[in-house]
Each structure stands twice: as C-alpha cells, then as structure tokens.
Design a protein around this ligand. Structure first.
Ligand SMILES: [Zn+2]
Length: 313
C-alpha cells in the first residue's frame, strides 16, 4: 500500500531528528502527527584497524560507541617488531574506514597489506609522520612514539579528524573526547616534569629503546650502548665485547635503574636483568603493547609512577 504524503514526511522528520541526536537502536522519536517511528537503524559504526592495541585503545577512547576497532596486535606475549599479518587481518583492513599505523619501520605489515588490498578509500594515520620526528644525525629514529605524550596528543587530534570525516554527525563528541584525553596526557607530562626536577641527569639503562621518550622527558640519561639496544630490538645478539660493556653498567652500579622491555626479551636481556638484580639496581618493567586489563592511560600512568618510585628509592 502506498504511503500517504503526510506519513512519509513524518518518517523523514523522525529520521533526521534521530540522526541529529545521534540516537542508538532503541531510539524512538515522535513525528509531527504524533506517530512514533520505532527501531530506526543506527548509522553504521566507523570501522578502524589499528596495528596494535595501543592505537586501538586511544581510538576507542575518542570514538566511544561510534567506532568498531580491530587491533591487529593485542597479545602481550607477541613481539610486534617481528609480527607477520594473516588473512584475517587483511580482511579487516579491506573493510576499514580508518587505518592507524605507528610507522617508522615498526609495523610495515600494514603498508604491505594496504598495497595488496582493494581498499583505497581508507584514511591512513601514521603516528611517526604525525610526530614530525626524524632520525638524529648518525643515529636511528626511535620509532616508539606512543611513549611520547606530545606525539600521542597530536595523534589523538588526527584520530578525531579522521573519525569525523567518516561520521560527520558525531564530530562534536569526537572532538570533546579527544580534548579530555589530551587533558589526561598533560597530567602525565606533569608527572614527568616532577621526576625531571628531582632526578635530572641521572643515569639509567635499557634493554630495548621502547621507554626512551618517557625517560628522556623525565630528564634521565640512557647509558646503554646503542649497539646493544638496537640489536635487541631487531631480535639479534651482540658481540661479547658490547655485551660485557652493557653488563658492566650494572655490576659497577653506573645506573640507577634498568628499564626493562618484557615484550622484547631473550637470553642476553635476561642476563642483563640478572646483573641488575645482583647489584641491587631497581628494575622498571615496560612493554610494547597494552598489558591485560589496562587501557592506554592507566598503563602509562603505571609506567611513569613505577619509574618515579624506582628513582626515589
Ligand atoms: Zn620496541
């Protein structure tokens, strides 16, 4: 049976109101004639693929119920430096509106998948590019930019913009959520400043470069031979000469703490950890991706607090 013109108008009005209000599936809106339109389907969620659950969690924080996020790496036992994507990842990527990668050589599997995907319309966010950071002269770029809060703040803005492009009706909520998130990041930067004030110039050791933006912003000086930490990052071993030099940092108590990457470890890092323990040097464990039960902010708060506690002792 054909719809009467007034009934059709009522439905159109209801639908537009529902869209404006950002209503969910249970919404019901009264039309001008008093009729009720039930069960208006909610607009589809923005599909986001993130290389790790770090960027996935930040996206959920900004997108709330309006996003459907797939994080390719979310297993704390997985070393993201040596990850290989599978067909399930490829499928998720082919449907994504927004793709977030770290960049800087960290998660090249995203670029490889995008190349072989027919999805050419996805908005790609590359955190290293957003950071504007480049390799220092004669050294490699530290690509672990999610430990750099000013960078994460910029990435949050970019995520809000990308989500708004895919779902313009929810722009206000994405922007507000990003601002709130950035406020919490500012709180973490304030904590780093407190550490810096008390411990500027103090020496620390690392096994792998993951915490270096955090320790640098906290005023600490990394004494680890770069040959050692770069090799660990690549999953390689180092020469006995470099290894002995690294162990000496601990046996000679040249550093105040060891910031230890639990997610990128092997026989040599275990020995470094043992040397630090034997010398009574505090160990601050860190990871590449979110530990179970933590979101980005609670994870980073725990990292900064653990560093402060280790140094204050
Ligand atoms: Zn790493």
């Amino acid at each position: 049976m054909p719809m009467s013109p007034s009934r059709r108008l009522a439905l159109i009005t209801s639908t537009s109101l529902a869209l404006l209000a950002g209503c969910g599936p249970s919404s019901s809106v009264s039309g001008r004639d008093g009729s009720t339109a039930q069960g208006i389907p909610s607009p589809p969620k923005v599909k986001v693929v993130a290389s790790t659950n770090v960027y996935g969690d930040i996206t959920e924080r900004i997108g709330g119920a309006k996003v459907d996020v797939t994080s390719i790496i979310s297993d704390p036992d997985q070393d993201p430096h040596s990850f290989e994507a599978n067909t399930q990842n490829q499928l998720a990527l082919s449907k994504a509106n927004v793709v977030i990668e770290n960049g800087g050589g960290y998660d090249d599997f995203i670029d490889r998948m995008l190349k072989s995907s027919s999805n050419s319309s996805a908005e790609l966010i590359n955190a290293v590019k957003v950071s504007g950071k480049t390799a220092p002269k004669g050294a490699e770029l530290n690509e672990h930019v999610w430990y750099d809060f000013p960078t994460v703040s910029k990435v949050a803005d970019r995520i809000a913009v990308a989500l708004s492009k895919a779902d313009p009706a929810d722009t206000a909520s994405f922007t507000t959520n990003a601002e709130t998130f950035k406020g919490e990041l500012a709180g973490l930067e304030a904590k780093e400043a407190v550490i810096k004030k008390a411990h500027q110039g103090e020496a620390i050791g690392i096994t792998e470069p993951v915490p270096l933006y955090l320790t640098g912003a906290s005023g600490l000086v990394n004494k680890t031979p770069e040959e050692f930490s770069e090799a660990i990052e690549e999953g390689d071993d180092v020469s006995p000469r470099v290894f002995q030099k690294t162990l000496k940092l601990y046996s000679d108590k040249q550093v105040k703490a060891l910031v230890y990457n639990e997610q990128t470890s092997g026989a040599q890092t275990e020995k470094v950890k043992n040397a630090a323990e034997a010398a009574g040097i505090k160990i601050v464990p860190v990871t590449e991706t979110l530990p179970k039960g933590k979101d980005y902010l609670s994870w980073m708060t725990a990292n900064v607090d653990a560093l402060a506690t280790a140094l204050d002792k």
